[in-house]
Write a protein that binds this ligand. Structure first.
Ligand code: SF4
Ligand code: SF4
Ligand SMILES: [Zn+2]
Length: 135
């Protein structure tokens, strides 16, 4: 996977679609989906995780939420709270990091953070499973 493609998989809300269960082709119940999600930017549509539609995102007025004057808005804060509590991952922290250090450095860290210790594949944030080797 090229670096530019990995960049495309970082959603405006700070989610790394590469580690999402939908991107691996599964539902939250771990049942297989009909189709894998191809990621927020490639599919050009917000996913259900950011529940309320945001016009700024739909109209592509901003690339990342930190560019928004309302950042972090209530909607993003709610999503962030859910993820921090349930999955120990914060979209808001991700976004702040990207704003400060740039997307390349963020991706570099993400590669390490979500790397399977057994096979080097990618670990899913939602269930901590490696869909490559199954551990
Ligand atoms: S479901 Fe949402 S977070 Fe997951 S890969 Fe698709 S767009 Fe990204
Ligand atoms: S921070 Fe701004 S751009 Fe991002 S979801 Fe909230 S209102 Fe939309
Ligand atoms: Zn693995």
């Amino acid at each position: 996977m090229s670096v530019s493609f990995k960049q495309k998989l970082i959603a405006p809300c700070g989610m790394d679609c590469r580690i999402c269960i939908g991107y691996f082709g599964y539902m939250m119940s771990d049942k297989k989906r009909k189709n894998c999600c191809i990621g927020c930017r490639p599919r050009n549509n917000q996913c259900a995780f950011l529940k309320e539609d945001c016009k700024k995102l739909t109209n592509e007025e901003i690339k990342y939420c930190f560019e928004c004057e309302d950042f972090p808005c209530e909607n993003l804060k709610k999503l962030d709270k859910r993820y921090t509590t349930k999955y120990e991952m914060s979209m808001i922290e991700n976004l702040k990091y990207i704003e400060k250090n740039g997307i390349s450095k963020f991706i570099e860290n993400e590669m390490e953070r979500w790397k399977c210790p057994k096979c080097g594949g990618v670990i899913c944030v939602h269930n901590r499973k490696c869909y490559n080797c199954g551990i």
